[in-house]
Design a protein around this ligand. Structure first.
Ligand SMILES: Cc1cc2nc3c(=O)[nH]c(=O)nc-3n(C[C@H](O)[C@H](O)[C@H](O)COP(=O)(O)OP(=O)(O)OC[C@H]3O[C@@H](n4cnc5c(N)ncnc54)[C@H](O)[C@@H]3O)c2cc1C
Length: 379
């Protein structure tokens, strides 16, 4: 059994397959977590999800993270914490109210907060913040740490610096993969290669790269996170809900890391797949972050970096059997939600590979919804 890509999605699939005795080889072009999983934030957040399948799956995923903590796999790297949604305009207040009712419908606890209540809970917040909402039961884990723990727990074989060049086909069936060091045979292949998934699986026209630039500050606290939870803008929710708001609404998140530092992000640059940061985007992020949380003026920037989210045309991931090639499975397109969703996607893909009904309902993510796609490559 071959998995292409040792990001968080490939690692989670490997974890679930090895647990039931399947021998798994992960082929990785560079090193584990070299892609988006190592260049992202780690919000395990139901509060931030688009309503519908994404919100429901995030809820299941967060429960699985809790179970992984109980089993010892994620001990000390998964941190439960609330998310604080905030609004700066009346339009944004309405977005948060909608998000709140969608979350409540799912059974999520929420606590609407007035400006005064927010100021009390998040000292140092700017006066432009009108109102907000606390969603108490979210969490955080850094993607590269999760990948490391999953790979250790799985014991799967990981071949680094081994890019898959194309699939090996026989009678229009996938029978393995071709790498620069030769062909590897397998009766089932899962493509979980993030940015590299499109060309391997024929989905390149459906996948959309969306660059995100992030800023890391020095420590605001020497004794753990400087705030109880991240400050997440209504603009971020609007982007997820595919709504266009007024100009002041940006997709800002101020995330207090367990190290006492802040992670501030992030841009959403559609069509960009390079990992450069630029002064203009970083200064815009900082300006907006300081308007929301002026206490940040005391911090210094120590690092900037960028990661590439892989989105899809309809905003839902692509997970399941390939629509035209027997033996091939695909799991990608998680955009800004893959760290959160990885446990459910890993579990569901493992079930599908084993011809079992997935424990979690990922039918909305079925690759077949885009119709037949053709994979153009030589045998
Ligand atoms: C700025 C930013 C912030 C984010 N914040 C969050 C967040 O707070 N919460 C959240 O849940 N998600 C977040 N995400 C999204 C999350 O990082 C991704 O959804 C997730 O990491 C995707 O994981 P993956 O395994 O599908 O892809 P990747 O991590 O990209 O892994 C794919 C792997 O495949 C390898 N590969 C590619 N092509 C080939 C090939 N041909 N052969 C072999 N190997 C190959 C790559 O080297 C890579 O290691 C964020 C992303 C960004 C960019």
């Amino acid at each position: 059994m071959i998995i292409v890509g040792a990001g968080i999605v490939g690692a989670a699939i490997a974890y679930y397959l090895t647990r039931v005795g399947v021998r798994v080889t992960l082929l990785e072009a560079q090193a584990p977590a070299a892609g988006a999983s190592g260049a992202s934030d780690g919000a395990i957040s139901v509060a931030s999800k688009r309503p519908g399948p994404m919100m429901a799956l995030a809820c299941e995923a967060r429960t699985l993270y809790g179970q992984w903590v109980d089993q010892g796999i994620m001990r000390d790297i998964y941190h439960p914490r609330p998310t604080y949604l905030f609004a700066r305009t009346d339009e944004e207040v309405a977005v948060i109210a909608h998000q709140g009712s969608d979350l409540m419908e799912l059974g999520e606890r929420i606590l609407p907060l007035t400006h005064a209540e927010l100021m009390q809970r998040v000292p140092g917040l700017g006066r432009h913040v009108l109102a907000g909402m606390k969603v108490p039961d979210d969490g955080h884990a850094l993607g590269y740490q999760v990948v490391d723990r999953l790979l250790q727990a799985s014991g799967a074989q990981v071949l680094r610096n081994t890019p898959v060049l194309r699939l090996a086909l026989s009678d229009d069936k996938v029978v393995g993969v071709v790498t620069s060091s030769g062909t590897l045979v397998a009766d089932r292949v899962v493509v979980a290669a993030g940015l590299g998934s499109g060309s391997l699986s024929g989905f390149q026209a459906i996948l959309i790269p969306r660059k995100g630039q992030l800023v890391v500050t020095d420590r605001a606290s020497l004794t753990g996170a400087a705030l109880r939870g991240p400050l997440l803008s209504a603009g971020y929710l609007a982007a997820k809900r595919r709504m266009v708001l007024g100009q002041s609404s940006t997709s800002l998140v101020i995330d207090p890391l367990a190290t006492g530092q802040f992670l501030i992000g992030s841009s959403r640059e559609t069509g960009f797949a390079d990992r450069q940061t630029d002064v203009q985007t970083v200064s815009t992020l900082l300006r907006e972050a300081m308007a929301v949380y002026p206490a940040l003026a005391r911090q210094r920037v120590i690092r900037t970096f960028a990661g590439i989210r892989i989105g899809t045309q309809d905003g839902l991931p692509i997970v399941g059997r390939h629509p035209t090639l027997p033996g091939l499975f695909i799991a990608t397109g998680m955009e800004g939600d893959g760290i959160c969703l990885a446990p459910v996607i890993g579990s569901a893909v493992a079930d599908m590979v084993l011809d079992q009904t997935p424990r979690f309902d990922v039918s909305a993510l079925n690759p077949g919804r885009f119709g037949a796609v053709s994979v153009r490559q030589a045998n």
